[in-house]
Design a protein around this ligand. Sequence first.
Ligand code: ES4
Ligand code: ZN
Length: 326
Amino acid sequence: TDIESFIRGLPKTDLHMHIEGSIEPQLMLDLAARNGMKLRWDTAEALRGAYQFDNLQSFLDLYFEGCKVLVTEGDFRDVTRAYLRRAHEDGVVRAELFIGPQSFIERGTPLEALMSGVLGAMQEARREHGLSVGLMISVHRHRTEADAMVMLDQIMPWKDQIIAIGMGGAEIGNPPAKFARFFKAARDRGFRTTVHAGEEGPAAYVREALDLLQVDRIDHGNACLADPDLVRELAMRRIPLTVCPLSNLRLQGVTEMARHPLKTMMAQGLHVTVNSDDPPYFGGYVTENLLACRDALDLSLQEIVRLVRNGLEAAFVTTEEREMLL
Ligand code: ES4
Ligand code: ZN
């Protein structure tokens, strides 16, 4: 349709996606086969059929099971390459990718292999597609702060190739406050920071992310709407929120897209961006996320352009790089 090609043609960003959550079902089967592993599903259709979730934890259970197929440098290169090609075809001009190395390191993959595969595919995408792309290292909040500190030490050799430090995982019961010292350490080492907050957790977690962790961006942040003072502060400070509408729908953060708070968030002056999170698991890349919002929330073209511009403005790039993206 006209609107679909309009959205696809806009120079978009994807500022919130997880490399290990971007493995398309067929690639997951291929990677399993090549690593001599047997999955619980033997067709892509069967695997896709398993993508039904009740909440964040039910998703994370399947997601961490899927992570087991990523073992070698070549695996990390192939999954990153496939995502970046797809994002480029989707009209994404700037992608900021999370990877959470803890799961892979504990199964014996050297951090060197993971980083070399991911960074190699990123460099290839810059060259072949002219894509602007940055890597963010994410730690797991359901692990300890000491574990996160170890991760921070281990990534220092790649410091100049990492644009930010983030944190994901099971949110409820693992508030930002648990990682105050870790985020301070990351900031002291010169990293930008972002954190998943207010996806399933309450507004108080978003408040902690802002006050205790002092992050540059919030991933999701939906729950902030319950606290008007917090909304005001996020809006005035122009803290970007990387919202993932199809993710929220599929993890039952909203019961139907028509009830998604995206439009309310925009109306309250929040710096909202639209992102894919874990595209195959949630049913779409950035264009599908924007289209789903437009259809359910009756977004105007002006609102769609606003969302896309917000993404460009929220990207972890210099002013010079930002101008080059348009
Ligand atoms: C997440 Cl650790 C992680 N990976 C992918 N998606 C997520 N959502 C929340 N935590
Ligand atoms: Zn996420």
